[in-house]
Each structure stands twice: as C-alpha cells, then as structure tokens.
Design a protein around this ligand. Structure first.
Ligand SMILES: *Cc1c(COP(=O)(O)O)cnc(C)c1O
Length: 413
C-alpha cells in the first residue's frame, strides 16, 4: 500500500557536476531515481516553536533544474525493509561542497551518488587529512515527518576536529542545511517507522594536491546516506569485550578526541585479533597506567554500580560521543547519579551492569569482559535494568515516540 507523491521531474542534465574534479557514474543510469523536492523544506526544532525566520529555510539546489511535466514517485523505496542490515545500501543522492585555500565553502549541491575522482596526490590519500561524522534520521510514526537527532552537535564536533587537523570546516548552519537537503533528497530511503533509520555520513577531506607534508590547498565536504536496519533485530545480543593490554587507540596530545579517519585503520588489528578469538570488540585502557578505561573501538563505555552510573571523563584520548553526552543527560533526568571521572579496570570487573553507547547501536549491553584471562559476566543475555530504561527513553525520544523535552530532535517535513 504505497502512496505516491507528485514531484516535478527533472531534465537529463539534472545533476551533472560542474566541477571537473568529480565525476559520477550514474549520470545516464536508468535507475528509477526519485527527484528531491525542495519546494517547501523547513527546518525547525520539533518541539520548540521556532518562527519561520528563526529556522533555516532552504532554497532549491542550483544544480537541479525542473521542467513542467510531472512523474509519480513512490514515497518509499521498493525494497524489503525487513532485510536491511548494517551494510552500505547506496541511496540516490550525495551532497558535495568545496572549499578553496581561502577557507570559505561555496554553496554545495546534490549529485547522484557515485564514485568521485581525486588526485593521487590529494592530502587525504597521502597524509590522512580527513574527518567523518555519523548521525541518523528516523521516520516518525505519521510516516511523513523525519527526525534528525542533534545534528548541530555533529557539526560542532566536525569543526573541532577540523581545527585539530588544520582543515577549514563548514559552519554549523552549512552543515545542518546540507544534512537536511541530503536527507530530504533521499527521503524514500528513510525506513518506515520501526524498521530502522537512515544513516547519514558526512566526510571532510583534503582533496587538493600536495607533495611535501602540508595542509591541502582544497577541501571537499561530502554527505552520503544509507538505510540501516534495527541493530537489535534478532533480539538483544550483549557484546563480549576483551580489555586490550598491548595496543592503544589514543595517546595524550594525539587525535583520539576527534573523529579523524586515521584513528580507525589503526584499531583494526586489535579488533581482528579479538574477533578471531570470539570477542565482539576491544576495550582500550589509558596508555600510561594501563589501568583506566577509555572506550571501545567506536563507542563509549559506561558502568553501573549500586545504581550510580560512571563513564570515563573526556580529556583528549576519548571520542566525545553525542550518544554518550545525551545518555548522561537522560540518566540525570531519570534521577540517576552520573559521574564522569577516571574509571579503573577493577571497578569494571565489579560493576553490576556495563553498556556501550554510539550512534549505530544507541545502547549496547555488555555481556562479558575478559581481562588478563579472567572473564566476568553481567546480566542474563539481555539488557540490565538501568541500561534498558535509558535505552528505551533515548530511542523513544529519537524516534519521536515521546515528547522531546530536551529539544534535541529536528523535524524535517
Ligand atoms: C563515533 C565514535 C563514538 C560514538 O560517538 P556518537 O556521537 O555517540 O556516535 C565513540 N567512540 C569513537 C572512537 C567514535 O569514533
């Protein structure tokens, strides 16, 4: 029972990239792509009453031209939403915005999703000058409205990272507007309520050519999206962590606190060794004392003891997760005491409950931790009572099932 929307159809040159630096493969594709509707994009915090000039209003993308005829475009992509997992399922469009050496980003545009072309000498390929972000868009129960979760936080984090990596970054407004345009252009790929979300992946990279070590002379900001299924589709599967004693993810003064691409290839080794031994992931310790918890490869960690929630404090070597920060606030509003401080491995081994947070899983219960050959288990193969409660509140808020008193969600309609 698919409803259809009437949208202006677009001419053949639709999204030809004006820049010679990029080519996309799909220009002449006959895939049935849904053209985006830019006619009435309004952005406002869903439960705050932002006036029409207080919100960001978006104008038609320059790269899109329309003719007068109309086509019927299904509101939902015709795929089996129950089988969508966590792999990349490319959607229709990606957003591309460039910045030259003066540090100003030009107006970005939507292009068909496809390969990009960059110089072999690009800064990102040679010296790893790159950052990524990750956030999700949920379709609300009414089927039409889409909710973003705290996109300004991702924008700010990218700006902090860019500062550390000597890169210019889009402003918070540019970032949020770009995410909005991209999600709306790919709206038919936002899963139906309860079937998952649209994962949004912004990238910022030095695409200008360099030879000697220096910041790149040109930067590109790209956003692509992919529908992802519910993480806990087959029921909750608590993860089994091994505490890593040899490898470290981050060092004081390094880049562990920013989402730079270079942090991630470096953790693959420890992660693959752990996986080969049957663990789900690695829990890192501080590199000086090898005693204090840091985080898992791509999510933050929390412990619960006697109803008090503790998580390692942010001080440069831990990625400041937006889910982490939101979880702390949700827990406090639920009446829990939350401490951000140094947390030792010993405390971990004695905890009542352990869980991880990150955009992909939101909250993932930890079923066991292994440290120096000693395995400690938590719970009975499911969420602990505290993590279950917090998971329910946070996801209900993200999906628009409860009122967003925190004013965290942004409603796109
Ligand atoms: C992205 C990331 C997280 C989680 O951050 P969220 O904003 O909650 O998604 C945690 N740790 C690392 C290393 C990460 O890269």
């Amino acid at each position: 029972m698919e409803r259809a929307a009437i949208l202006p159809s677009v001419n053949q040159n639709y999204l030809l990239c004006p820049s010679r630096a990029f080519s996309t493969r799909l220009h002449s594709s006959t895939r049935n792509l849904s053209p985006p509707s830019f006619a009435s994009i309004k952005l406002q915090h869903s439960s705050s009453s932002v006036s029409s000039n207080g919100g960001i209003s978006l104008t038609r993308c320059n790269a899109v031209s329309s003719n007068s005829s109309s086509t019927l475009v299904p509101e939902l992509a015709d795929i089996d939403w129950d089988t969508v997992g966590f792999g990349l399922k490319p959607a229709d469009y990606m957003y591309v915005m460039k910045c030259n050496i003066d540090g100003e980003f030009s107006k970005g545009e939507l292009q068909r999703f496809g390969n990009i072309e960059i110089s072999p000498s690009a800064g990102v390929l040679n010296y790893g000058q790159g950052l990524f972000e990750g956030l999700k868009a949920y379709r609300k129960k009414d089927g039409n409205n889409i909710l973003l979760f705290r996109p300004e936080e991702n924008a700010k984090r990218m700006r902090n990272g860019a500062e550390r990596m000597c890169m210019p970054a889009p402003t918070v407004e540019q970032f949020v507007e770009a995410v909005t345009e991209t999600v709306l252009a790919n709206k038919r790929w936002v899963p139906p309520p309860g079937k998952g979300s649209l994962y949004v992946r912004p990238l910022l990279m030095g695409t200008g050519a360099v030879l000697g070590l220096a910041p790149a002379p040109e930067y590109t900001f790209i956003i692509y999206v992919s529908p992802v299924g519910n993480y806990f589709k087959e029921g909750v599967a608590p993860i089994n962590l091994i505490v890593e004693n040899e490898f470290h993810r981050a060092t004081p003064g390094g880049t562990g606190g920013v989402k730079t691409i270079g942090n991630y290839a470096a953790v693959l080794k420890a992660q693959s060794i752990a996986k080969a031994k049957g663990y789900s992931d690695v829990l890192y310790l501080d590199c000086i004392y090898k005693r204090y918890l840091e985080e898992v490869s791509s999510c933050n960690i929390f412990i619960v003891k006697d109803n008090v929630i503790s998580t390692p404090e942010i001080k440069g070597t831990i990625l400041p997760g937006i889910t982490r920060k939101s979880m702390i606030d949700v827990a406090r509003t639920q009446g829990f005491q939350v401490e951000e401080r140094n947390v030792t491995v010993d405390e971990l081994l004695e905890a009542d409950e352990v869980f991880c947070t990150g955009t992909a899983v939101v909250v993932s219960p930890v079923g066991s931790v292994t440290y120096k050959g000693k395995r400690v288990s938590y719970g009975e193969g499911t969420f602990g009572t505290v993590s279950k409660q917090l998971y329910t509140v946070l996801t209900s808020l993200q999906m628009g099932l409860i009122e967003d008193n925190m004013k965290w969600t942004v409603n796109l309609s």
